[in-house]
Design a protein around this ligand. Sequence first.
Ligand code: ADP
Ligand code: MG
Length: 390
Amino acid sequence: MNIHEYQAKDILNGYFIPVPRGRVALTADQVERAAKEMGGHCVIKAQIYAGGRGKAGGVKLVQHPEQAQEFGKELFGKKLITPQTGPEGLRVRRILIEEAVEIAREFYLSITLDRESSRFCLIASAEGGIDIEEVARNSPDKIHLLNIDPFTGLQPFQARKIAIALGLTGTVCEDCVELIQNLYRCALEKDCLLIEINPLVETKAGWLMAMDAKINFDDNAMFRHREYPDMLDYSQLDPLEISAGKYDLSYIKLTGNVGCMVNGAGLAMATLDVLKEFGAEPANFLDVGGGSTREKVAEAFKIILQDCDVRGVFVNIFGGIMRCDVIAQGIIEAASEVQCRLPIVVRMDGSTVEEGKKLLLESGLNVQIGENLGDGASKIVAMLLKKTVA
Ligand code: ADP
Ligand code: MG
């Protein structure tokens, strides 16, 4: 789960990591008032669930409250397109107004879960700022990595090694050691998959400060943090992913035109692979889970059909806990409700499979039965081709 920069900074502040003084605004007038409060000279920052805003025109230094208001008007409602948003971009609904800090040096500092070693990994570079991706590509030797042993935790000497590698000396170096340890504590306690501070700066006054902050929480740890869902900004999410979340369905929009409904994440991934093997492009990943009800299947089916890129649907369900006739009823119910005329291929196996197939074939829908995964995939491809030719 993503949160905004201003929320991430609030969290870091709670771990004694200094951040610039700031205010969040929802209107251009609030931007002006906040800028006045900062003395006019401040930085206006679009809040979206993506980085790369500086280069996309989402971050601006202004000198007067009126200039802040003007920029606020320009930003609100605008879609920012950055390398991290995808081609559709993300709409700006919130703006952070911050004191303008006099920066002496910019560093990169992050902590992320390294899935290969199953450990937190600290990443630091003295070449922080908006071109960090280029540094990683062209001079990987300038990036320092540290894998943290979960049993011993992050040791002060390890944090010091990183601070020294960043070229810090004296009291700022000691501040950095403390900051890195606090960052690790924050990642652990808040169940983060990523905390990225880019840039971490040394101010001209000699303070270390998080000038930008990105936090990504581990969804699997949500039960430990009841407050996290309230932090979500739904305007930054795909509406279909929001509906899927309500019904506890794992849905991810992809770029193709074959809607997929599958039970089990592994089977869903295999289904996407096999569809691609047959030359089709999946429109989504959707795992309805194990013990789904008829209603859940119907909702899942409706979510798939709301995606206007979908030209056909492939259902691949193994009916173990879930009975095939129940799945069939869910599909029929949803397809009739939204008057779906699209080609559908259903590959089912398991409990009450014959009843399920019979229900589908007698439903009047444009449906075919796939005898196995390959057969199902080839059938949906053929049905789509026929439709295009017709
Ligand atoms: P993004 O990473 O999305 O481009 P950042 O928050 O990192 O956005 O801002 C881009 C750049 O703007 C930073 O690298 C920093 O140089 C500058 N900047 C951001 N916030 C401030 C601030 N409060 N004071 C001074 N400079 C800032
Ligand atoms: Mg940044």
